[in-house]
Unconditional design. Sequence first.
Length: 53
Amino acid sequence: MDRDAYMVCVVELLYRALDRRDVFASLLEPVVGSAGTVAGRARWEAMRADDLH
């Protein structure tokens, strides 16, 4: 599979979904700067794991 062609398709589908407002970002508490700490990193990984499953 051509990775570049795949990425173009993914971006195009995301663009169309954003245009239809099918995709949106939910508000999360700020994590900027906290990922650099051990506790912040663990919290970030836990939030990320919840969103992926």
